[in-house]
Design a protein around this ligand. Structure first.
Ligand SMILES: O=C(O)CCC(=O)C(=O)O
Ligand SMILES: [Fe+2]
Length: 290
């Protein structure tokens, strides 16, 4: 394969879903506009500069990682709700599951949720990260239902020389016996503002940076709502920061109930904790002394 398939933001969603199902990855050019990009640099730049290199071989001794992104910026709505990213994640993961409840045949459609957020800055001298599947976190077998659809938004240009994410197209179709070989991986080459979308079952990893300019990307993963979040968003994002986002994003942050009934609080949709006091009282909350 010469390179990953590239589309523009006005691409047909159905077509993007087909590319993802076939290759496991796609590049969306001009994913984020310049204002969003500049805003994200303003909000994450100081934290990146103050951040030490990671101290694990896997995360990279010449790599800086900043997390808790929804607590650090209020500018992620157009990124996480981008039509092709959120649309593909919903189309691929929110498939109805049939079940019997007594004599009633029902279908339950899972929610999806933000599972991890990180800015990843790869500096000169960083070698290749081991190729891996991020859905390995879900302790699952392959191939199978997609449990993660991930985004890497380029905050700086990604090249083959500066650590552009290495991807093995089609590897989400493999079983758990086949090992990834580095010759099979191709680098993600894209301009700042473009986004790589890939499925959790695809082998990938950060590339090596042999240049003097750091490679900076921001990743967000959307996972099935019946799984545990990789990064604990309830701890990472204080309530007032959650409230800075619109309802759709708040629900994606985990304030949602996954059918048939995961995640309830006081027998309510957990979104209730974000409502005003009067609404909470009317729903019978506020009776536990804290
Ligand atoms: O930085 C990258 O390009 C990918 C990083 C990655 O895959 C990871 O840390 O899980
Ligand atoms: Fe990864």
């Amino acid at each position: 394969m010469a390179g990953l398939t590239r589309v523009k933001p006005d691409a047909d969603l159905e077509e993007v879903v087909q590319i993802l199902e076939r290759d496991g990855a796609v590049i969306v050019e001009e994913f984020a506009d310049e204002t969003t990009l500049a805003g994200l640099w303003a909000d994450f730049g100081p934290a990146l500069d103050a951040c030490a290199y990671s101290d694990s071989w896997y995360d990279g001794h010449r790599t800086r990682r900043v997390s808790s992104l929804f607590a650090r910026t209020t500018r992620l709505t157009p990124v996480v709700t981008q039509r092709l990213y959120l649309g593909a994640a919903r189309a691929i993961m929110q498939k109805p599951i049939p079940m019997w409840i007594g004599r009633s045949r029902q279908e339950m459609t899972p929610t999806i949720q933000i599972s991890t957020t990180q800015v990843i800055q790869i500096h000169r001298g960083q070698g290749k990260q081991p190729l891996h599947r991020d859905d390995a976190l879900h302790l699952r077998t392959h191939p199978g239902t997609t449990s993660r659809v991930q985004l890497m938004l380029a905050l700086s240009d990604f090249t083959a020389e500066n650590g552009g994410t290495l991807v093995i197209p089609g590897s989400h179709h493999w079983d758990d016996e086949r090992a990834p070989q580095s010759e099979e991986a191709i680098p993600t080459v894209m301009r700042a503002g473009s986004g790589l979308i890939w499925l959790g079952g695809v082998y990938h990893g950060g590339g090596a940076n042999a240049t003097d300019v750091p490679r900076t990307g921001m990743t967000i993963a959307l996972d099935l709502g019946n799984l545990r979040q990789e990064e604990n968003q309830y701890l990472a994002v204080p309530r007032e920061k959650v409230l800075a986002y619109p309802e759709e994003v708040r629900r994606l942050l985990g304030y949602d109930r996954c059918p048939p009934g995961l995640g309830w609080y006081e027998m309510h949709d957990p979104y209730i904790v974000l409502e005003d006091e009067e609404t909470q009282r009317a729903a019978g909350l506020g009776t536990i002394a804290v």
